[in-house]
Design a protein around this ligand. Structure first.
Ligand SMILES: [Zn+2]
Length: 263
């Protein structure tokens, strides 16, 4: 089966062809000793065993000029912003880290230059769960997945699992094989409302994804919108390299992914 699908939420178009033999890449062995446990450097904030530290090699810095300069064919600006790491104990991804990240974003927002925020972590067996927070000088438009979520809940074909406050759904137009969105089903839509239910469900789906795909790294992203969501994206070796032409392509239709990921 060959299809071009456009995501109703993100607008991204992907090329899907289920005759391509994509394979999950096993995660590399975590480095010893664990950096977060041994040398995380000065703390920005600490609360109930959860800490925020600056990234040792930050992608953005707080110094710089916020002006946008117009060059011959485009614009450029200094990469003014912040790049921080948020983590707790080594063992597991503490759901309170999401609430702590929301608190940290509220602090950073006091600087009027910081307008867009991005949060992600790379999950792998034995690795310390560390959320990376990027604060950018540009806006990131929030998305509105609620209408899509409600149609998917009613239809059920791509629902991986649901609990009393959250649902995990295989993305309609997955950018990588097995991309799964976990989002609140009711109540507060603003990040991090409902984070306990969303985290609990995401952890269960993530554990099954890791086990059934042979332990790949899984990138977990917070995407903001109405409602916010966690997006799970395993690192999979795709057999057709179409990203060079701006068209994500692979061989796992979400209707097949859901059969692998269901409990
Ligand atoms: Zn550690």
């Amino acid at each position: 089966m060959r299809e071009l699908r456009t995501c109703p939420v993100t607008g991204v178009t992907v090329l899907l062809n289920d005759s391509w033999p994509d394979r999950a890449r096993p995660a590399p062995t975590p480095s010893e000793p664990c950096w977060a446990c041994s040398a995380p450097g000065p703390e920005i904030d600490r609360r109930d065993g959860l800490v925020v530290v600056p990234h040792p090699v930050p992608a953005l810095g707080i110094e710089g000029d916020e002006r946008v300069r117009v060059a011959a064919h485009g614009v450029r600006r200094d990469a003014v912003g912040a790049h921080e790491l948020i983590f707790g104990a080594h063992g597991s991804a503490d759901p309170r880290l999401l609430a702590f990240a929301a608190h940290r974003i509220a602090e950073l927002r006091r600087d009027p230059r910081l307008r867009g925020f991005s949060i992600f972590r790379v999950d792998a067996p034995g690795r310390h769960p560390i959320w990376e927070l990027l604060a950018l000088p540009t806006d990131i438009a929030p998305s509105n997945p609620a209408p899509w979520r409600d149609v998917e809940l009613e239809n059920g074909a791509r629902v991986v699992e649901a609990n009393h406050g959250a649902v995990a759904i295989a993305a309609w137009a997955p950018r990588v094989p097995f991309e799964t969105w976990v989002l609140p089903t009711r109540g507060g839509e603003e990040f991090p409302a409902g984070y306990e239910e969303v985290s609990a469900l995401a952890d269960r789906v993530l554990a099954r994804m890791a086990e059934r795909l042979g332990g790949p790294e899984i990138v977990v992203t917070v995407e903001f919108g109405t409602p916010w969501r966690l997006v799970l994206r395993p690192r999979v070796e795709v057999s057709l390299r179409t990203e060079g032409v701006g068209l994500p392509g692979h061989g796992v239709l979400p209707e097949r992914a859901v059969g692998v990921l269901r409990g």
